[in-house]
Design a protein. Sequence first.
Length: 256
Amino acid sequence: MTAASPALARFSAEPTSVHGQTPANSPDAAQVAPGDIAVGVVIGRASEYFDFFVYGIASVLVFPAVFFPFVDRAQGMLYAFALFALAFVVRPIGTLAGMAIQRHFGRGTKLTVSLFLLGTSTVVMGLLPSYEQAGALAIVLLTLCRIGQGLALGGSWDGLPSLLALNAPPKRRGWYAMLGQLGAPIGFLVAWLVALLLVAAFVIIRYRDLARGPLLESLAHRDRLDRRQPRLVLAPAGQRLGGHEELLQGIDPQHA
């Protein structure tokens, strides 16, 4: 113990590198700069919350008509938000499962499984059949996808910020750990922009269909009838004048 103490003291007193290398980190993991990890953490957390918030927006715009057409729109919206709450209920279960995966396979495996589950749940949710096509099975599948989102977000909740904090410089560790929380507003903003673009596209397509539909044709036909109206009114009047048709000679038949 006495002979090993000076070596241990020198090892513990070695300064950490600018890449956050500490005795607790492996040299390979410490080769990545904290700024590079921060970019990945923000993008990863933003993608997580994007998938999470997309469901909330779809609960208002899409799900009441697609999955709950058997009730009025307000009640269908409440049903969709009831499923929205399931993700928050299963989050602790996802965290426990993520901790178990991390103990046995490491943090990287835990993050990979969580992000894969989250993305898969969101993609499958967009491919689900409607209630008219599959009946109650569509609602069950939607529920399972929402539970998958909650489990995935709970499993990855502590992975990305802790990864960044462990690889950050010691004096700026708190600042770097804070960057992971920027993913929530960024993810919500991206989800809102995507929903806004989709709604705008649907409105443009709808107005284009109306412009080509029977409504515009009926309005054009009515306009042609309105242009012919003076001739229809003045012709009987000319007949009643009895020989005074010269009063109508000033009317251009083309404009009539």
